[in-house]
Design a protein around this ligand. Sequence first.
Ligand code: KIV
Ligand code: ZN
Length: 390
Amino acid sequence: MTTKPENDRVVIFDTTLRDGEQSPGATMTHDEKLEIAEMLDEMGVDIIEAGFPIASEGDFEAVSDIAKQAKNAVICGLARAQFKDIDRCWEAVKHAKRPRIHTFIGTSPLHRAIPNLDMDQMAERIHDTVSHARNLCDNVQWSPMDATRTEHDYLCRVVEIAIKAGATTINIPDTVGYTAPRESADLIRMLIEKVPGADEVVFATHCHNDLGMATANSLAAVEAGARQIECTINGLGERAGNTALEEVVMALKVRHDIMPYSTAIDTTKIMNISRRVAAVSGFPVQFNKAIVGKNAFAHESGIHQDGMLKNSETFEIMRPQDIGLAGTSLPLGKHSGRAALRAKLNDLGFDLADNQLNDVFVRFKALADRKKEVYDDDLVALMADSASEE
Ligand code: KIV
Ligand code: ZN
């Protein structure tokens, strides 16, 4: 049986290896999945959704090997609302010290039409499949896919059925990234208030980023009572991706003053796993991506560089070291000023008098107008040129 987290503790459920890998072109090899799972486990992720065991032989093998290897994390597999899926999922996750079965069905009108079940037939299917999963495993998560476009009365009804059938976590997916922060919070609050038995289970939030609101929607759900966030490294995932783990974790850390919830994540491991996921999935991280983008801790303009050299809090709200970076970077370009140029030249071993710096600064600006970035080697060459002309 899962234990409910302390009231301020948010469980981090990582689905990089399942929803993340469903991103077209993001397929990872067996060994790569094991490596990422080990890194997730080591960084303190509470639950790793390792795959969809019925999807392929390869997925089954990956989930069972991750289940065998995991040291601390709960290992979860995904299953549709079908006995054969749930049995296959259990066969894969049962090797874990702490296994979980996650079963789901689409409950919105659009999704109910696909298996052609009416509301009563679907409710019966939910009861039967969640009970079946619970007979196999004492840790069962149930998701009404497309919950944010499901009629509220029906959503309350099926969530209650899933709880009565033995689900221990109820996940509320915003499958198509349609909700907005206030609505995300209202939905969780409504379910917790209205559904009998809601206080016995953990509510989870699973957001997609189609409108760029996944992180905001996840945090709003937490403020309304959800205590599990489903997310992926670098926000990898279907279409525009899932909630990015690094964003919600750092938001809770940096703005603990207004969102007093904690996670078990060792944030200094974020950068490493971000780079590794980008490499194995083949999905590069955009330069200006929050937290892990190349420019997230880089400052080029003169005013910003000058500020950063005097006090890093002028333009940074978190320390780069907190996510595992060595430090801030002050790349030199046409927007840079004298202070950053002097600091960089000092690092390179050049100690210039003010008039010398003025001269080099003019040459530097001319070079920076021709190049996007001025590298250390460019500066060394520039200094050599200046010396030969003296
Ligand atoms: O987005 C979604 O609805 C899902 C479910 C399978 C939980 O990924
Ligand atoms: Zn999803």
